[in-house]
Every structure is written in structure tokens, then in C-alpha cells.
Write a protein that binds this ligand. Structure first.
Ligand code: SAJ
Length: 408
């Protein structure tokens, strides 16, 4: 099957790089997003998100005429859906963006089209997408009723790229392809082979959905183990980072790092998709979420306890992004801690975040030297490179709470 025109629905952290990489392989790509501003930015050859080297690829592919963005879907050979899948207040997955994407593409869907769901989704979401499309286009046949003979092919191919390394990981990572039928899988695999140098491994849609959730839950559980260890070690006066380093010398032990909690839009979210489907069975996964979600409060309690020693303490906070060396604050435990500290009014809070501009925030940002000079209590919340070289001298006479274990 030849794919001449590919449409990517949702031009965010996953959709835009994916669209740009297809376009860089000289495919005609139509990117669709409901955000007119994002669409205009892309059509000018610029980007509205931060990801290394993405600006160059978008500029080149837009200039050469392979990539264009629009708010209204147009006909294509394949449609890739990369829209958000958040959860509602009670941790129930919210599939409304997928449903909206179905409504948007349904009018332009045609016989022999492939529809791929890329968004991280709860088990059953691909079948749900297929039934939404079938209801919207009764004139076309779908795999759930017509199997291998369907007009439309549908598959789930979850993304698994690491923010900050998206362009390389998109190409090099293996890709799990879960078609609703074997023909759906084969068609999706041939689409991804346009740029994927890793292996394209075929399974069914439900396994592919669960595979993505499993990867992120595995990481969440391992981080929860590290976070729990850090609380135990604090009680027992043991340096948890030294402990983990030593334990990891064992050939079959590989513990991750404790921190102020788990942030980002993936690891703190996806395990809930398993928990909400199978609440009685997913006990460990649920417990890990609770351990990681409670870690910011444990750090806060530490800061408040130390602050009691001072009359008007100046609390220096280093970092507010959800992890090191990025500018993304989604679900950031560091940001939550800073906001809560300000709200609780325990002292003056001075924050350094080298990857962000002050204008995006409700509080001021200071440079590192200023924070180091002012602070009575210094709290490391993110392990940015800039903070790793803070000298022991700069910490003299300060109370230090290093949630990432980076200070000497
Ligand atoms: N974290 C720790 N300790 C660690 C590792 C991470 O506290 O040892 C924290 C980070 O500080 C951050 C959070 O966990 O707050 C998540 O960071 P991350 O680097 O583990 O993951 P993400 O959210 O940037 O990307 C993950 C990746 N999944 C896995 O590694 C299994 C990525 O490959 C996925 O594509 C991405 O989720 C996604 O989109 O699902």
C-alpha cells in the first residue's frame, strides 16, 4: 500500500514531531489542530512547543511544501490521531478528544483509508473509536463488523518517545502495532516503516493499548519503590542515593531515583487507566500512584518543619519543571510544592528556574546566584545541570533539602 497523503490529527508534543518526520520523508502531510494559533505558527515554519531540533524539521518541510497545517481535516490515505487522553477528576479516562477527532475526520474518510490511534489510551479505546466512526459513516464498512474485508483499517500504535529526545526516539525505538485485524496491522506497519528504523512488532489492538500502559506503570512502580525507600532511609539516617547506588551494583537490581514526586503528562496519568478498568486487581499499581502522589507533601512537611527554626525564613527553591533540563511544567511536583509553600506563607519563597521565563508564572524568578545568596533554606526540586555544580561553600550555613540527591 502506497501512502501519498498522511493526516495527523492533534499537533502537540507527539503529533507535530510525527507529522514533521513523515514530511521529511517526502510524504504529503496535512496536520490538523483545533488551535488556530498553533496552525498559523506551523504554517509560518515555526513551532509552538519546545523540542530539540523540531523547529528545523518543521521549517524545512513547510518551506518545501510537504507539511501544512489546517483546522479542518482534508481527505488523506492515512489518519493518525494524536490527541490528549487526560483523566476526569475521579481518575476515569476522558476520551472526549478522541471522539471529537472521529467527528472531525468522519466526513472526509474514504474506502481503503487507515486510521491509527496513537494517543495513550485505556484498553478498549481503539474498539470504541471504531464504533464511533462506524456510527458516523454507515456507508463504509469497519473491521469490527467486516473483519479483513472492511473498507477502513484501524490500528493502535502507541507513541513511546521521551520528551527532549523525540526526534531520535521516533525513528530508533521499536514500535508496537496493534491492528483490529491482520490486514489493519500490516497496513499500519507499512506506514510506520516510512521512517521507523526500529522493529515494527505486530500484535492486537488491546495488547498494544495495555503495552503502553504497562511501560509507564512499570516506571511509576519502580520510582515509587525509590520514593518509599527515600522515606524509610530518612527515618533510619541512611543516604538513600548511596544505598541505591550500592544495591544497583547487584547484576539483577536496577532501582530508579527518588525525587519530589512524579510529574509529566504520562507516568502520573497512564497507570490510572489500568486502575480504573480493573480496580480490584491493580493493587500494586494503585499503591505506587499513591506513594508518588504523596511525595510532594512529604517534602513540603520537611520544609515547613525546618522553617520553624527561623523567624522569617527565606526559602530558595531550585527548579519547577517536571524533570531535568526541559521547560515543561505539566503535573510538575516541583511547581506544586512551590505554589503550596507560597500559599502557606511559611516564609519568603525565591525560585530559580533556568528553563522558563518569568512571564509564564504567577511568581518571580531569580537567577541561581541570587537564590544561593538569599536563601536560609535551600530546596533542590529538579536536577537541572545548572544546579549540579553548586559548590559546598555556597551551601555553608544553609539548611539544605535536596530532593534529587545532586548536591555534594
Ligand atoms: N522520575 C523520578 N525518578 C526517576 C525517573 C523519573 O522521580 O528515576 C520522575 C521525573 O522527574 C518526572 C517523572 O518521573 O517527574 C517522569 O519522567 P520520565 O523521564 O520517567 O518520563 P516522561 O514522562 O518524560 O516520559 C515517559 C517515558 N516512558 C518510559 O520511560 C517508560 C517515555 O518513553 C514515554 O513515551 C512517555 O512517558 C509517554 O509519552 O508516555
Amino acid at each position: 500500500m502506497e501512502f501519498n497523503t498522511i493526516s495527523v490529527i492533534g499537533l502537540g508534543y507527539i503529533g507535530l514531531p510525527t507529522a514533521a518526520v513523515f514530511a521529511s520523508r517526502k510524504k504529503q502531510v496535512i496536520g490538523v489542530d483545533i488551535n488556530q494559533q498553533a496552525v498559523d505558527t506551523i504554517n509560518e515554519g515555526n513551532i509552538h512547543i519546545v523540542e530539540p531540533d523540531l523547529d528545523m524539521v518543521v521549517r524545512a518541510t513547510v518551506t518545501e511544501g510537504y507539511l501544512k497545517a489546517t483546522t479542518i481535516p482534508e481527505p488523506a490515505d492515512a489518519f493518525l490521531i494524536a490527541v490528549p487522553t487526560p483523566f476526569k477528576s475521579d481518575h476515569i479516562p476522558d476520551l472526549s478528544y478522541i471522539e471529537a477527532a472521529c467527528k472531525a475526520i468522519a466526513p472526509v474518510l474514504a474506502k481503503n483509508n487507515l486510521v491509527v490511534l496513537e494517543s495513550t489510551s485505556p484498553v478498549g479505546a481503539t474498539e470504541q473509536l471504531a464504533s464511533w466512526l462506524a456510527a458516523l459513516r454507515p456507508d463504509l464498512s469497519f473491521p469490527q463488523q467486516f473483519g479483513e474485508n472492511s473498507d477502513i483499517r484501524i490500528a493502535h500504535c502507541p507513541e513511546r518517545v521521551l520528551p527532549g529526545h523525540v526526534l531520535t526516539e521516533l525513528v530508533l525505538n521499536d514500535r508496537v502495532i496493534g491492528g483490529m485485524t491482520s490486514k489493519c496491522s500490516d497496513m499500519a506497519a507499512s506506514l510506520y516503516k516510512t521512517f521507523v528504523k526500529g522493529e515494527c512488532i505486530i500484535t492486537n489492538a488491546r495488547t498494544a493499548e495495555m503495552c503502553k500502559l504497562t511501560e509507564n506503570s512499570f516506571r511509576d512502580v519502580n520510582i515509587a519503590f525509590a520514593n518509599e525507600l527515600s522515606i524509610i532511609c530518612d527515618k533510619l539516617a541512611i543516604n538513600v542515593w548511596e544505598l541505591i547506588q550500592l544495591a544497583n551494583r547487584h547484576p539483577r537490581v536496577n532501582i530508579l531515583q527518588p525525587g519530589p514526586g512524579v510529574g509529566g503528562h504520562c507516568i502520573a496519568v497512564d497507570p490510572w487507566f489500568i486502575v480504573s478498568k480493573t480496580p480490584a486487581e491493580a493493587r500494586l499499581i494503585h499503591a505506587a500512584r499513591k506513594v508518588n502522589d504523596s511525595k510532594p507533601f512529604w517534602i513540603l512537611d520537611k520544609i515547613v518543619a525546618k522553617a520553624k527554626r527561623f523567624k522569617n525564613p527565606i526559602i530558595g527553591c531550585l527548579g519547577i519543571t517536571f524533570k531535568a533540563n526541559i521547560d515543561d511544567i505539566r503535573e510538575s511536583p516541583a511547581l506544586r510544592i512551590v505554589q503550596q509553600l507560597i500559599k502557606m506563607n511559611v516564609g519568603e519563597v525565591v525560585v530559580c528556574e533556568p528553563n522558563l521565563h518569568r512571564r509564564f508564572l504567577e511568581f518571580s524568578l531569580y537567577c541561581l546566584d541570587e537564590v544561593l545568596e538569599k536563601a536560609d533554606i535551600l530546596v533542590v526540586l529538579v536536577d537541572h545541570d545548572e544546579f549540579k555544580s553548586i559548590s559546598g561553600d555556597a551551601l555553608k550555613e544553609k539548611v539544605v533539602i535536596d530532593s534529587r540527591g545532586i548536591l555534594k
